[in-house]
Design a protein around this ligand. Structure first.
Ligand code: ADP
Ligand code: ADP
Length: 216
């Protein structure tokens, strides 16, 4: 499903974020990407929706080499990928409902369909009763749940999360990881960058450990 073949990434200015990365993530897998700060975890995730391009090698999604993807196909690639960030990146002048609805509104879904799907997504993350709230009135864990609902509302086959529990205490972190496990259990391929080793070890999924841009 996600394949990296000899992928190198060198940023303008000379930082070598990835150096010859080879790996394969199968459909339906849940994988943790670990490694110290600067090891290349974010860069690895950002190459998948083409937020960055590799300097060497190839990234393939469902057998399609992203280097050969035409520019006008990129929005379609991104619609198949839900992304979750440490700082959740919610819009603070919009309600929870409107934040989660955004990816559906952008693609022009009918209003009734939007409302049904937003509520289904909020239900999955346990926030149905907060749909009219503004993000600032929610706790950090709740804000991250809104970020997750927004990422899954289009039902993407791939979920990518970059340090999704970075700002949360251990109990909330565990809850958020269990949510990812639930989406994974219904077939969503899930890749989570995290340096929360005790939690990751307790969960026991596949781990890809990056060290200076290589899989160690
Ligand atoms: P991690 O997520 O594991 O902390 P990153 O992928 O963010 O690692 O960073 C890997 C390396 O690439 C680091 O040396 C970082 O400073 C560098 N880097 C990341 N993003 C950029 C950028 N936009 N421009 C230049 N260097 C970058
Ligand atoms: P629908 O009513 O659209 O068939 P469900 O009630 O089965 O949807 O699921 C509702 C919501 O769950 C979706 O709108 C979406 O927010 C979230 N979701 C995301 N990915 C999946 C998935 N693979 N399976 C089930 N639900 C998912």
């Amino acid at each position: 499903m996600i394949r990296f073949e000899g992928v190198g990434k060198r940023y303008p200015g000379g930082n070598e974020a990835l150096r010859g990365l080879d790996l394969h993530i199968k459909p339906g897998e849940l994988v943790f990407v670990t490694g110290a700060s600067g090891a290349g975890k974010s860069t690895f995730l950002r190459l998948i929706p083409l937020l960055e391009r590799p300097s060497r090698g190839s990234v393939l999604i469902d057998g399609v080499n992203l280097s050969a993807l035409r520019r006008r196909r990129i929005p379609f690639l991104r619609r198949r990928i839900g992304m979750i960030f440490q700082d959740h990146r919610l819009l603070h002048d919009r309600t929870v409902f409107d934040n989660v609805a955004l990816p559906l509104v952008i693609t022009g879904r009918p209003h009734q369909d939007v409302a049904r799907r937003v509520r289904a997504a909020l239900d999955k993350v346990g926030l149905l009763r907060r749909e009219r709230a503004y993000p600032v009135t929610l706790s950090g864990g709740e804000q991250q749940r809104v970020g997750i609902a927004r990422a899954v509302v289009t039902r993407p086959p791939i979920l990518l999360a970059d340090e999704p529990t970075g700002n949360l205490d251990p109990a909330l972190s565990r809850e958020i990881m269990h949510l990812f496990e639930q989406f994974n259990q219904v077939g969503v391929t899930t890749v989570i960058a995290s340096h929360d080793l005790p939690l990751i070890e307790a969960l026991g999924h596949r781990r890809i450990h990056l060290h200076e841009g290589r899989a160690a």
